[in-house]
Design a protein around this ligand. Structure first.
Ligand code: FE2
Length: 496
């Protein structure tokens, strides 16, 4: 498999798999790169045999591989950095190496008494099966902690842990079960079983014992192990050797790691149990961190919706506008392959973009003009007031530019600051397009009725509005393909 990963800007971390077919890179390419110095179709990558080649498509600013401008076609090797405008993408292939072992560094000047281990982004690798040596087991646990700690979803953690567990312990199959807080029951989250490819029966008595006792369990022959319910083992039949390790953090069990080897293969060992227990321990911590993070996100979103609702109560004729703008903006963010966090920030900014309308009075209008040092028309006061309302909340800092600058225009004719072009942050350019589109699609224009959706889509793409054309294009794409736009049910509709 080969891929290009965006390494800079708001879409940092987005991964594009290379299919082998010609794929364009650009502001409107198959691989979308949002940078005004990048042409719409800037470069193209395609496969020839085992090699991926890149060529420039007569772009304005050229294509660079490892900082050298290319002419004609250039073969890519793993680790190459492709630059278009200010955007950098890294090319990687599975065969390409690019990985390095964890480095142990001995400081000879200090008499060899100091050993450091560099903890970087690169994967640690052990030759052979990791579970066979103490160093291998240590690196396997390090890898689980490193990879699981970077995931932001339970499913992401489960997938990374299973891959590592399969590689290092080498069981026939491996499952992760997550405890449902509401029902207190275990649910299978993910599993690996490359040989049979189908789900297996799981020993209820082994799992129950591991959870009740907060112990990891190894049984080399569960069917004949006196600790377990024989009647159930008979039903399960030949389950071979099994390890079940609870996923514990702060004395709370979040689930179990369950793995086994079939009869006829070498049974799982004490060393495998130690390794699986350490992996489960790291997994429990990663899951707990995700739970804490999600709780904070939920509370923050409740605050955001409360503030957004306050604006609707103050200006009932505009109710629903912020929620619709958030839906459009979120769809655009998805279309632009922003990270999960980037999408969340866009949604938050869109929900709050007009919150500064709550305190508008004649006095605040004058105060805004004095603060920015220019006469600010009425309609551009609320971004400033919104900023003042929200700037003391650190959790909203990444979304704040979307509120503050959503009435700036690329041509510099917006306000209140009068920024232009790339000086306007991407998040604000997205909110600006979503905001404009909702005004087109929802405000009454003829006989008290809004513009038909098809006409609104045509209008938003027309130049002259000071909007970012790559973003308007993304909105039109999202709307016409139905890609992720879910218009909200208005909670306050009946109330106001
Ligand atoms: Fe606004």
């Amino acid at each position: 498999m080969a891929q290009l990963t965006i390494k800079t800007g708001p879409a940092e971390g987005s991964i594009f798999e290379l299919t082998g077919e010609p794929q364009t890179i650009g502001r409107q390419g198959d691989i979308q790169v949002l940078d005004t110095a990048v042409s719409r179709k800037h470069a193209e990558v395609h496969q020839l045999g085992d090699t991926f080649l890149i060529r420039d498509l007569d772009s304005r600013n050229g294509t660079f591989v490892n900082d050298e401008r290319i002419s004609g076609e250039v073969a890519l090797k793993s680790g190459d950095r492709v630059r278009l405008g200010a955007a950098v993408l890294e090319f990687e292939t599975e065969q390409g190496g690019g990985q390095q072992d964890v480095e142990f560094v001995r400081d000879t000047n200090a008499g060899g008494s100091t050993v450091e281990i560099r903890l970087g982004d690169k994967p640690a690798k052990v030759l052979g099966r990791a579970g066979e040596s103490a160093a291998g087991r240590l690196l396997a646990v390090y890898e689980v902690a490193r990879l699981a700690g970077r995931e932001s979803s339970v499913r992401g953690v489960a997938d990374k842990v299973l891959d590592q567990a399969m590689e290092s312990v080498n069981p026939t199959y491996c499952y992760i079960f997550i405890r449902d807080d509401q029902t207190d029951k275990l649910k299978p989250m993910a599993w690996r079983d490359p040989i049979s490819g189908k789900r297996r029966e799981i020993s209820h008595s082994i799992v129950t014992r591991a959870m009740r006792r907060h112990h990891s369990i190894l049984t080399a022959d569960a069917a004949s192990d006196a600790r377990f319910d024989q009647s159930e083992s008979v039903v399960i039949g030949e389950i071979g050797s099994v390890i079940c390790a609870p996923l514990i953090a702060r004395d709370k069990i979040n689930g179990v790691l369950y793995m086994g080897r079939d009869f006829g293969t070498e049974p799982l060992s004490d060393e495998d149990l130690q390794l699986a227990t350490a992996i489960a321990f790291q997994t429990g911590i990663a899951l707990e961190n995700i739970a804490i993070h999600e709780e904070m996100q939920t509370e923050m979103m409740a605050l955001v919706r409360t503030l957004s609702g306050a604006k609707d109560l103050r200006w009932p004729d505009q109710r629903g506008h912020s929620e619709r703008v958030a839906a459009y903006a979120l769809a655009v963010a998805g279309q632009l392959h922003l990270s999960d966090e980037g999408c969340r920030n866009v949604q938050t900014a869109a929900l709050l973009h007009d919150v500064g309308k709550v305190p508008i009075t004649e006095n605040t209008r004058l105060a805004v003009s004095a603060a920015v040092g220019r006469t600010v028309p009425d309609e551009y006061c609320h971004p400033f007031l919104g900023m003042k309302m929200l700037e003391e909340l650190p959790g909203l800092a990444p979304a704040l530019p979307g509120v503050k600058y959503h009435h700036e225009r690329l041509d510099g004719l917006g306000g209140p600051w009068g920024l232009a072009g790339e000086d306007i942050p991407l998040i604000a350019r997205i909110v600006s397009v979503a905001n404009r589109f909702d005004h087109l699609a929802a405000d009454p224009v003829r006989d008290g009725r809004p513009m038909p959706m098809s006409e609104a889509l045509e209008t938003i793409e027309q130049p002259g509005e000071g909007l970012d054309d790559a973003i308007t294009h993304a909105l039109v794409q999202a709307q016409t393909t139905g890609n992720g736009i879910e218009l909200p049910r208005l909670v306050l509709q009946d109330f106001c």
